[in-house]
Design a protein. Structure first.
Length: 227
């Protein structure tokens, strides 16, 4: 949501998590005050501890600001809608975070991968549904470099080996592993075409270097928002 001087905030009925783009730090405080007052009549209440101020693109990190008597912390990165948003716009921190989540899921299913009663086909389907889905969550927002792609492919191949029960000393080539599982590379063209592209914003909410990002979660009902 883009805030412009003289324009009131409306359409809060379905508000859950909101992002405001501001041209400067000076605009943050009055915008926050206006934002907090408008939805009060609808029973909405901002969760101030979860409201963050972030600089996008370039420049120094802005100072903490005041939102009508509530401190709004300035951060370099934070989790928004399940993704780690970094001020420099690079996806590597979020990629590493997703790999950690996928590795944790893989480890929690170790008894499944070791179960000799399950077929390879069943294990591969479970891997795709429970691990790959975690790995590439929100991947459509990533802008990947070649090292990032190699990291993803290495994780993908390592987990296929784990699914098949292949040890490092078995000396089985990656192409043989892929043949046994029938899985394509994580960057295969027939996966979702927009999975690894730069996201496009609507003209009214286009992010420009130096803009400030305010994440303000709010939800109908009494009390503070729970993400």
């Amino acid at each position: 949501m883009a805030h412009k001087p003289g324009i009131n905030f409306t359409d809060f009925v379905y508000t859950d998590e909101t992002t405001l783009f501001l041209p400067s730090t000076a605009d943050a405080s009055p915008c926050l005050v206006s934002f907090s007052q408008t939805p009060a009549s609808l029973g909405l209440k901002i969760s101030w501890p979860k409201t963050k101020l972030q600089n996008l693109g370039h420049g120094p990190q802005p100072p903490n600001t005041d939102g009508g008597g509530n401190l709004v912390e300035s951060v370099d990165s934070f989790v928004y809608l399940g993704s780690l948003q970094s001020s420099d716009g690079y996806c590597r921190p979020d990629l590493n975070r997703r790999i950690g989540f996928a590795a944790s899921t893989m480890a929690s299913l170790s008894h499944v991968w070791k179960d000799k009663r399950l077929t390879v086909s069943t294990k591969i389907r479970l891997y795709q549904a429970l691990v790959v889905s975690v790995l590439v969550y929100a991947a459509e927002t990533w802008t990947l470099l070649a090292p990032d792609v190699r990291t993803l492919e290495a994780f993908h191949m390592r987990r296929q080996r784990q699914t098949l029960g292949i040890r490092w000393y078995d000396y089985i080539r990656n192409d043989e592993v892929a043949f046994r599982t029938g899985l394509p590379p994580i960057m295969a063209p027939h996966l979702e075409p927009s999975m690894f592209t730069v996201p496009l914003h609507r003209p009214s909410t286009r992010v420009r270097p130096g803009q400030l990002n305010l994440a303000l979660p709010c939800r109908p009902g009494m009390g503070q928002l729970q993400l």
